[in-house]
Design a protein around this ligand. Structure first.
Ligand SMILES: [Zn+2]
Ligand SMILES: [Zn+2]
Length: 175
């Protein structure tokens, strides 16, 4: 059955993504499945001088290894992602494509030397996952205050926006 696939790609910690699966299935109204893939080769996407992992190459690996009936495929990782022109990215997606990736690395309070907060981490991951999937539906960054398609440079920007699409973005998702 055509589905949105969530692909966990952990290098260190294991995270239970059932909460994310449920939320994605509600928001996009599609069957959503957690799909374990053994095919993510972290070594080949690692940049030793930056000590970070190449987000676009992660995306390509997902595209090369997805189930045939994938409507969308979302990689979720705990490594620090970058694209060459930026210091880091929370995630990346194909505009009007099927694949997106997000990282929990900089969504975690631990990264900022703050006390861990599992609920906040989950909220941030939900927002960034919905945001990246929004790009795959052709949405670009939105200026409507609070819309989940607001761009986020810092983690505070993520906390300021909601996990919901504004009415315009919502109409694009609903087709
Ligand atoms: Zn974006
Ligand atoms: Zn919007």
């Amino acid at each position: 059955m055509p589905s949105i696939y969530i692909v966990p790609a952990w290098l260190e910690e294991n995270h239970d993504l059932e909460f994310l699966r449920l939320r994605i299935s509600e928001v996009f109204r599609k069957k959503t499945v957690i799909y374990e893939s053994k095919k993510i080769d972290f070594h080949s996407i690692y940049n030793p001088s930056r000590k970070q992992y190449n987000s676009s190459q992660f995306l390509i690996q997902l595209l090369n290894n997805h189930p045939k009936d994938a409507l969308r495929i979302l990689g979720v990782t705990d490594v620090d992602l970058f694209i060459p022109i930026l210091t880091f990215v929370f995630g990346e997606a194909q505009l009007n494509g099927i694949a997106g990736v997000v990282s929990v690395h900089r969504l975690n309070n631990k990264f900022y030397g703050l006390p861990e907060n599992e609920e906040l981490l989950r909220k941030r991951l939900i927002k960034e996952a919905i945001h990246e999937l929004g790009h795959t539906y052709g949405l670009v960054h939105c200026l409507t205050p609070g819309c989940v398609m607001n761009s986020s440079t810092y983690v505070e920007d993520i906390d300021e926006k909601s996990e919901f699409f504004c009415s315009y973005c919502s109409s694009v998702i609903r087709g």
